[in-house]
Design a protein around this ligand. Sequence first.
Ligand code: TRP
Length: 445
Amino acid sequence: MSAASREQWTGRRGFVLAAIGSAVGLGNMWRFSYLTAEKGGAAFVLLYLLFTALVGLPVMLAELTIGRGAQRSPIQALAHYGGSAWKPLGGVFVASGFLILSYYGVIAGWTVRYAGDALLSGFPTDPGAYFAEVSEGWDSFVYALGFMGLTVFVVSRGIRGGIERAASVMMPALFALVIGIAIYAATLDGSGGGYAYYLNVDFAKVLDWDVIVAAAGQAFFSLSLGMGAMLTFASYLSRDHDLPSESLMIAVSDFGVAFLAGFMVFPLIFALGLQGDVMGADTGTVGALFIALPKAFATMGDAGRVVGLCFFVALIVGGLTSAISLLEVVVSAAMDGFGWSRRNAALVMGVAIALLGLPASHAIEFLDAVDTLANNVFLIGGALGLSIFTGHVMRDPVAAARGGSKSAGWTSVWLPLLRYVVPIVLITVLAVSVPGAWDKLAALF
Ligand code: TRP
């Protein structure tokens, strides 16, 4: 598609909501909560906030700058500014999109199943057995397929008619649900222990490499960074957008929803005395929350059924607007690279990704290992490549980032962060995270 006929967002609100829709997802609610529980509470949250501000935000602005400047999908955009030697990095981005969406769709499928069953028959009395049935096997695959169908539908309707419209309806609904549940959780007896766990920092854990690496991976995952998703969304932007302030709005909203999710989950877990089920290295696993929360909802009777349904609906809504952005990366690459129509690209790639999810839908250890690999290696590696590209290869990135920005304070911090701080942090994190991810993968075979 030529630059002149490229699709465009309707404006600032449309773009920012879609980008927040991408950022806010299962990562903020399910992944953030389970990692916080597994990695020791507030210490993890503090590190995650630090990575979001110091590393995530500069990379966010880099992605938006390249996308808007090039008006192309990731592979072509990198080639536009850096020559074809940079195409492989774009290829890694698209591959990450494939990989992440393949298991993201599986987890989103579980949330659809939970919400549907909660609506029709209430929460199960034996949530452990229920989760085993939901998460591993053909049921899991079929629900993932259904969820992917929804994702394909929205993406094939395009930027304005599909993605932007979906986000502008669903994001306000998600905010309302999350705030409502957090307020409800505060009214429960015994919720205090949850706040204490969530907010008191254990400083010994701030220095634990395992916690540090997990927090870095989570910051990128949650902000949808490191694989060109934000870059792709920004390629549908016009020159007059104020990218630094829009980056900040996206990052603040994303952190805000994750932080609020903790205010739903931890008071609830503590009020029902279920902390033993989710906290600590051996119980804190990918599936723990999918067992503990339904247990809590089932114990709480009718109120639990309503609150639980709202909780899973929020997960579905967040998951869908995020899955859309993952698919859009792959679809825009196929449109630009192969000249496919949007509809064909969405359909073919959606089916291919759903099939790739087959192993993750049958074995949760596999899903967990792919999640660790994608986040702690691919996204961090991708963000490293992107920061070097923007900081050291691209000519005058500050001018490209400026566009419609009236503020100037960011200009003196952004480039030094991107050039030196971000790469040093990311190389360190990679050195620690690659062996860990490798061990997890090797353990499968
Ligand atoms: N950020 C989303 C979440 O928190 C997931 C997601 C969407 C994503 N697009 C992405 C993660 C691109 C990494 C890269 O659930």
